[in-house]
Design a protein around this ligand. Structure first.
Ligand code: DUC
Ligand code: ZN
Ligand code: ZN
Length: 463
């Protein structure tokens, strides 16, 4: 299979230029002007951007959570990804009690292989940190190709500070990266008690129960452990301006702390929880939506380089039947999470690039190139000779109105219903194979479940 894209505008993290791109058997083979290959597929890309496929390093596919399951499975989730221009997904793999990290990886791979429509990898999530589990870090980094490890500072399955220190030391030894959900559990428990006493149990109080200070304190504590161990850490779904301030201060002191944010924390705010008829439940996620001041600060964090990655935290639960299953009378019982894998690229382009909040090059960095570097995806994230031909032909002027019925995620709502988008993918390639295309009204999937592969990732250079 070979593809020749003619006269497109190739976008990198440092600039853009007009050229042809030729891809054959998974990889980009040549970039230049007037390339003359007899390709199976020749596309006139004049006036269109050629972007590296977006990478979503934060998804919860088929994840058991709060008495139910995140609804997308590997097939529906990666079909939606392809339709949104996301050509690689790194999903969280939650270790069960008593299970080894490596067994958990095998278990999740079995669910994914043969179903995924685009390439994928896994982050082991450490939930049962026995000493033998810490010892598995080496194998996960060196043999399994999964050198990033998720931990939670909240929820029943959180790790304590001692475990975090051990993991930071062990990952440092083998070139791994700890990723942390940073919220202070005791602040949240306290707020839950206060709000319950006052009878404040509607979705809006979910946000009040998890104040910015809970994120700020946890990030500060995590940053101190990184300083102690001279290691590295990655803050997932950074949501607050106070949390960002801690990240920035630590980075200014030379501490290796990295941060990811998500479209919902850039674009939505806590007024959403006040929507009538229990609609506020659609936005119940953790951390919660904040105020516009945090939205503004996070865009600034992206521009300034203190936030390096934009991911989705895709974790979909139907509004009808899941969000309202146990939580009608108590925000604490509403499954936490929202859909987003398919809307990542369109939102970042339309609300970020088209509105002048970030440059096109910065978008490529935080969705593709920087993400590939952060997570050791050596063959991904760039339109360059030798890289995987994960490519998006992108029409920056194409208009689309987001509506749930024109999306592919296996869920009955989108938090962005009715939003007018400028700029959409026209064709999406996964390793040179066309997997999705614009059909005049919406994206349609034209690939195959099972085309995607497990990608072994590389640890950073050991020090
Ligand atoms: N937060 C969510 O909203 N969903 C899944 C897990 C998490 O930390
Ligand atoms: Zn989280
Ligand atoms: Zn998450």
């Amino acid at each position: 299979m070979s593809v020749l894209l003619k006269n497109g505008t190739i976008v990198t993290t440092t600039g853009r230029y007009t050229a042809d791109v030729y891809a054959e058997n998974d990889r980009i083979k040549a970039i230049g002007t007037d390339l003359d290959y007899a390709a199976d597929e020749i596309v006139d890309a004049k006036g269109k951007y050629i972007l590296p496929g977006a990478i979503d390093p934060h998804t919860h596919i088929s994840m058991p959570f709060m008495g139910t399951y995140a609804q997308d499975d590997y097939e529906t989730g990666t079909i939606a990804a392809a339709c949104g221009g996301v050509t690689c997904v790194v999903d969280f793999d939650l270790q069960q009690k008593g299970e080894s990290l490596l067994d958990a990886l095998d278990r999740k791979k079995e669910l994914a292989d043969g179903k995924v429509a685009v390439d994928y990898s896994l982050h082991p999530a450490v939930m049962d940190p026995r000493p033998d589990v810490i010892d598995e870090v080496k194998k996960a980094c060196r043999e399994y190709g999964t050198p990033s490890f998720k931990i939670f500072m909240v929820y029943d399955f959180r790790v304590d500070d001692a475990t975090m220190i051990k993991l930071l030391e062990e990952t440092k030894r083998y070139g791994g990266l700890v990723q942390v959900h940073a919220e202070n559990v005791y602040i949240i428990q306290h707020m839950n008690e206060v709000l319950a006493r006052e009878g404040k149990l509607a979705p809006y109080y979910h946000a009040m129960s998890r104040p910015n200070i809970a994120e700020e304190e946890a990030i500060y504590r995590a940053s101190k452990m990184v300083e102690l161990t001279d290691s590295r850490i990655y803050i997932v779904h950074l949501s607050s301006k106070e949390g960002l301030q801690i990240v920035k201060q630590a980075r200014d002191r030379g501490i290796n702390i990295f941060a990811e944010t998500c479209p919902q924390y850039l674009l939505l705010d806590d007024e959403r929880y006040k929507e009538p008829d229990f609609n506020g439940a659609k936005y119940v996620m953790s951390p919660p939506l904040r105020t516009p001041a945090s939205n503004v600060a996070l865009w600034e964090g992206l521009r300034g380089g203190d936030v390096q990655v934009v991911a989705t935290d895709h974790c979909p639960f139907d509004f009808n039947g899941k969000k309202d299953m146990f939580g009608k009378d108590d925000y604490k019982k509403i499954p936490n999470g929202a859909p987003g894998i398919e809307t990542l690229l369109m939102l970042l382009h339309s609300e970020g690039v088209a509105k002048g909040r970030i440059s096109l090059e910065k978008m490529v960095d935080v969705l593709s190139t920087g993400t590939a570097n952060m997570f050791g995806l050596a063959d991904k994230g760039e339109i360059a000779v030798g890289k995987d031909a994960d490519m998006v032909v992108f029409d920056a002027d194409l208009k689309f109105t987001i509506t749930q019925s024109r999306l592919h995620m296996n869920v009955d709502y989108t938090p962005y219903e009715g939003m007018e988008i400028t700029g959409m993918p026209e064709i999406v390639y996964s390793r040179g194979k066309r997997v999705a295309q614009w059909n005049g009204e919406q994206m349609e999937f034209v690939g195959q479940a099972g085309h995607g592969r497990f990608i072994k990732r590389e640890p950073v250079d050991e020090n």
